[in-house]
Design a protein around this ligand. Structure first.
Ligand code: BJW
Ligand code: ZN
Length: 252
């Protein structure tokens, strides 16, 4: 099958409609229009206001569990109030059309699932699956109510098994990705004929390898991002624009 050198929106829609094995690879920009902040956008990104070294590393949690737990509880509560946007719904509609679709997300929210993409692969874990920091026993997700404000400390609950502090179920810098999720993502990228990458800066590894694997294997990579990214190098097109507007136009 011919792979166009340069595509426009109509070519991209056609490639998606004709895909037999599809991967949708998403990052924080996917949920931006649901009101969930990204990490690296100028002005609005979380890393503009918060220090990743003090919050998103295992060392940070060991040094100050209440600071880290409070920050993640604040974010979990915000995600609970957010709703999937038309982009999430367009991804679910695409998957309904192409049965062999794997949705791979770096996001720690559940907005793909709530929009109907039930089997989403989470490369960086989830805000909704806390576990023991010592024995990894899953901990019950805290109920609504006790949410801290922005930047407020909160003592983490204790493991019912071994009494160590419970930690968020996300992947911090320096930690390995969950092996089954990463293996499933690599395998899907290896097999796919089209990969749609949405709202990721493509800076964080090894997740950023996923679109590159698809491209190397001859898959057509279609990107949706208002900005240029390093993934432009492997894309047939970057449909510059916000996910909640571009994705519904692609799936129409
Ligand atoms: C829109 C939009 C709209 C805006 N519509 N788009 C190679 C070189 C250098 C360093 C490394 C390397 N390999 C590994 C590393 C280290 C590190 C890393 O990659 N660092 C780089 C930053 C340099 N990687 C790791 O540490 C990883 N682990 C690892 O390598 O382990 C090795 C190991 C092996 C075996 C045993 C032990 C260890 C783990 C990385 C974990 C990343 N975790 C985070 C935090 C998760 C928890 C939390 O939520 O707090 O994951 S960091 C953060 O970045 C989060 C995201 O998933 C991830 C990716 O960000 P994303 O989604 O791309 O968001 P942004 O903000 O960067 O971009 C948003 C994009 O959306 C922008 O492009 C906008 O333009 C766009 N946008 N509005 C569409 N409306
Ligand atoms: Zn435990």
């Amino acid at each position: 099958r011919r792979k166009p050198e340069r595509m426009d929106l109509a070519d991209a829609a056609e490639a998606l409609a004709g895909a037999r094995r599809l991967v949708v690879f998403t990052g924080a920009g996917m949920s931006a229009e649901s009101g969930v902040p990204t990490f690296r956008d100028a002005l609005t990104g979380l890393w503009e206001r918060f220090d990743p070294q003090a919050l998103a590393t295992p060392e940070a949690f060991r040094a100050d569990p209440a600071l880290v737990w409070g920050w993640y509880e604040w974010r979990r509560a915000a995600v609970g109030r957010a709703e999937p946007n038309p982009g999430h719904r367009a991804v679910a509609a695409l998957a309904a059309r192409v049965p062999d679709t794997v949705v791979v997300t770096q996001n720690v929210d559940d907005l793909h699932e709530r929009a109907g993409s039930a089997a989403t692969v989470h490369l960086h874990g989830s805000l909704l699956t806390p576990r023991c920091s010592a024995c990894a026993e899953p901990a019950p997700a805290p109920g609504a109510g006790a949410e801290p404000g922005e930047g407020r400390r909160l003592e983490p609950p204790r493991c019912g098994h071994c009494a160590a502090p419970v930690r968020p179920g996300v992947v911090w810098f320096g930690e390995a990705l969950p092996e089954p999720a990463f293996a499933a993502a690599v395998e899907a990228a290896y097999r796919c004929d089209v990969l749609l990458t949405v709202g990721t800066s493509g800076l964080v590894y090894p997740a950023a390898e996923i679109p590159q694997v698809a491209a190397r294997r001859g898959g057509t990579v279609i990107q949706v991002n208002p900005e240029e990214t390093p993934l432009d190098a492997v894309c047939a097109v970057n449909l510059h624009g916000p996910a909640a507007r571009v994705l519904p136009a692609l799936v129409r």
